[in-house]
Ligand binder design. Structure first.
Ligand SMILES: C[S@@+](CC[C@H](N)C(=O)[O-])C[C@H]1O[C@@H](n2cnc3c(N)ncnc32)[C@H](O)[C@@H]1O
Length: 263
């Protein structure tokens, strides 16, 4: 039963990955058309019903992948954050489908089911200080900002970092700090972190991130030898500093890239 559920999840994830990779121009045109109509029809509509349906779909997909219990606070955060404000204008019509969408520079805003799973596995609490590696659109940071005390988020593409910082500030998320840089190195000045979330795939846990994780802390990341073997993985650091890992589900993610060494 569990193997079947995981198979289904891989299938659905692959389907969504294919959708995200579909000719962006055609989808952008369709999206622009739909969105223009929607704006003309209901300029101030907040799309709360679409968002609630998206959260239900994300929760059932996460349950099929093995994340069965989801905190009500997380569901409420996902119902509250306007995902359509985090996707390019031309794709806003698709914002409440449970799928990843391209946000430029080869990056994607993650599939809502993935955001839900990763956030739940992180076990965020209101007193936590969190590091996110891979700000992208800023959507995941906004979800974390509603659930924790402070979020520090690092993005390697300067244009994405600037866009996300402006978007988050514009939406009133005063407890998120975004900076451009290579998140492999973490954010030493703001460490230690209670929680760390890496939203790009890597073949090893970056040692600086383990160093910056507080004892008793949790780090969640897509981990695997290559892009086809990534597993959503929960890394725990015990109070005594012992590290343990648990694989949760196969996933697809853009790779964690490195800044070229200076000089
Ligand atoms: C799947 S996207 C993140 C989605 C994002 N969390 C959101 O809510 O939109 C992965 C992001 O990681 C970024 N990235 C890749 N390598 C990185 C690195 N070494 N440091 C920081 N960001 C990195 C990519 O540029 C991309 O924006």
């Amino acid at each position: 039963m569990r193997a079947a559920a995981v198979k289904r999840f891989v299938l659905v994830a692959a389907l969504f990955a294919a959708l995200a990779a579909a000719p962006a121009q055609q989808r952008a045109q369709e999206g622009a058309q739909d969105y223009a109509q929607e704006r003309a029809a209901a300029p101030a509509q907040d799309r709360a019903e679409e968002r609630a349906a998206m959260v239900r779909a994300a929760a059932s997909l996460a349950a099929a992948a093995g994340v069965r219990r989801v905190d009500p606070e997380l569901l409420a955060a996902m119902r509250a954050v306007p995902r359509h404000r985090f996707v390019p204008d031309g794709l806003r019509a698709f914002a409440y489908r449970d799928q990843a969408l391209p946000i430029g520079h080869g990056a994607t805003i993650s599939q809502p089911a993935m955001v839900l799973m990763m956030t739940q596995l992180l076990e965020p609490r209101p007193d936590h200080i969190v590091l996110e590696v891979g700000t992208g659109s800023g959507y995941q940071a906004a979800i974390l900002a509603r659930l924790t005390r402070r979020v520090h988020s690092v993005e390697i593409v300067p244009e994405l970092a600037a866009g996300a910082a402006a978007r988050l500030a514009g939406l009133g998320y005063a407890n998120v700090a975004v900076r451009a840089g290579d998140g492999y190195a973490g954010w030493p000045e703001a460490a230690p972190f209670d929680r760390i979330l890496v939203t790009a795939g890597t073949d090893h846990v970056p040692p600086p991130l383990l160093d910056q994780l507080r004892p008793g802390g949790i780090l969640v990341l897509p981990l695997g030898r290559d892009a086809d073997s990534l597993q959503l993985t929960v890394v725990r650091k015990s109070r005594s500093g012992r590290i343990s890992r648990r694989r949760v589900a196969p996933v697809r993610f853009v790779p964690l890239v490195r800044d070229p060494p200076a000089g």
